[in-house]
Design a protein around this ligand. Structure first.
Ligand SMILES: CC(C)(COP(=O)(O)OP(=O)(O)OC[C@H]1O[C@@H](n2cnc3c(N)ncnc32)[C@H](O)[C@@H]1OP(=O)(O)O)[C@@H](O)C(=O)NCCC(=O)NCCS
Length: 195
């Protein structure tokens, strides 16, 4: 599929679209925030401005690739959206990113979320995640979607359960410091229309 792609979530007035070059300032601020990293485990996301620029360039280019399997959606707010930055926060065009890409083992598509802290707890991930899962099952016809989450990230675990994902099992992988990092695996399948 060579896009651009645009998904809408009416729940909150969100528009999810491909990452574009003009998103760099918002995405760099999002990726550089240690509060985002702390939840994931250091090193899990590109954090310097240079790494963010490479990330934006790579994904902005990817929107034109045929048969793409790697999607990064910039989450933006429609003009009528009720979403606001928290008091003291900065108004941004891109309030977060949702990824849908083959997992590190090259297997099932994995969903992941990064929302700017100024916009946490407004239901953005829940609405955006539902739109991306719909796209995964109805447009891409994927058989399943998985997610991984470190056990300390209780907010993300609650989010994945609210999206209807099943907690499968807990595993360990080496973190940046090579110490074992326990994480939970989640999985969801398309709804059976006969149910
Ligand atoms: C986790 C994260 C994606 C949640 O995004 P969000 O847009 O704030 O989430 P939502 O507002 O849609 O929350 C949906 C539900 O998830 C749960 N949840 C989300 N953040 C939570 C938190 N900090 N503490 C407890 N529960 C939380 C709640 O059950 C919430 O529903 P409620 O607000 O009705 O109680 C966001 O905090 C983030 O980007 N964190 C850093 C990166 C990260 O951890 N990504 C996930 C990796 S798997």
């Amino acid at each position: 599929m060579a896009s651009p792609i645009r998904l809408e979530s009416e729940t909150l007035g969100l528009v999810l679209r491909d990452v574009a070059e003009g998103d760099l300032a918002d995405i760099s601020a999002l990726l550089a925030d240690p509060r985002v990293h702390d939840s994931l485990g250091a090193g899990s996301v590109p954090s310097t401005h240079q790494q963010a620029a490479e990330y934006v360039e790579r994904h902005a280019d990817a929107r034109w690739e045929p048969n793409r399997t790697d999607f990064v959606f910039a989450v933006t707010t429609a003009p009528q959206s009720a979403v606001e930055p928290t008091p003291g926060g900065i108004r941004r065009n891109v309030v977060g990113l949702v990824e849908l890409a083959p997992g590190s083992d090259g297997g099932d598509a994995e969903i992941g979320f990064l929302i700017h802290v100024d916009y946490w707890r407004q239901g953005i991930s829940r609405a955006a995640g539902a739109a991306v899962l719909k796209f995964a099952f109805e447009t891409l016809a994927l058989p399943t979607v998985v997610a991984k989450c470190v056990l300390t990230n209780t907010g993300s675990i609650a989010l994945l359960l609210k999206l209807g994902m099943q907690r499968m099992d807990d595993r360990e992988e080496p973190g940046d410091d090579d110490r074992p990092r326990p994480y939970a695996r989640f999985q969801i399948w398309p709804l059976d229309p006969s149910e």
